[in-house]
Structure formats: structure tokens, C-alpha cells
Design a protein around this ligand. Sequence first.
Ligand SMILES: [Zn+2]
Length: 116
Amino acid sequence: MQVLVLGSAAGGGFPQWNCNCTNCESVRQNREGYTARTQSSIAISSDGKRWLLCNASPDIRSQLNATPELWPNTLRGSGIAEVLLVDAQVDHVTGLLSLREGCPLDIWCTPTPIAI
Ligand SMILES: [Zn+2]
């Protein structure tokens, strides 16, 4: 099994757009030891060809462009065959809007909770 870490930051990424803490400021100032990170997501594959994307963050476009294993290998296509949504947080689902345009995807999620 192969696991690709596409992003490892909390919602909003790192640095946060509205934060000027020492860490966020250090990224903006290109200080040594500080690296910008995109929002959390991983891709999993058993064969290195078909990938399960775990969460589709708003950063998915830049994450895919930075990950050669997930680049299209046909004129129109993607190695991403399925998407697993671990929850319905906006940081985990809005990337689905970028995965449109003709590549069918199976999307997995938990059932809707039953109201009591
Ligand atoms: Zn900060």
C-alpha cells in the first residue's frame, strides 16, 4: 500500500490567511525551518495506479499539480478513482468542485446521522 500526504495543515492551511502569529509570520518571511502547508488530505493506493483520495480540500488543485503520481496518464483522466469523505467539514468537501469535468468518481462517506 502506498500513502501520499497531499497536505498536512489544519483548515485554512498554513499560514492562515488572517493570522500573524510567530509561525505564520515566519512562513511569510521565508525564515529557515518554516514551510507553507496545504490543508490535510492523503491519497492511498494498492497498485500505484488507482488512488483513493481521503478528503478533497480546497487546495486539491495545487496538491494534484505537486504530486506526479496523481497526474493524468491519458488525454483526459485521473488516477483518482474514488474519494472518501471522513466528514462533511467544508475543508474536506469543497475540493470536489474542482474534480468535475467528466472523470467519474465513486464518493464514499458515512450515512447521514438520524435525528433523535
Ligand atoms: Zn498563525
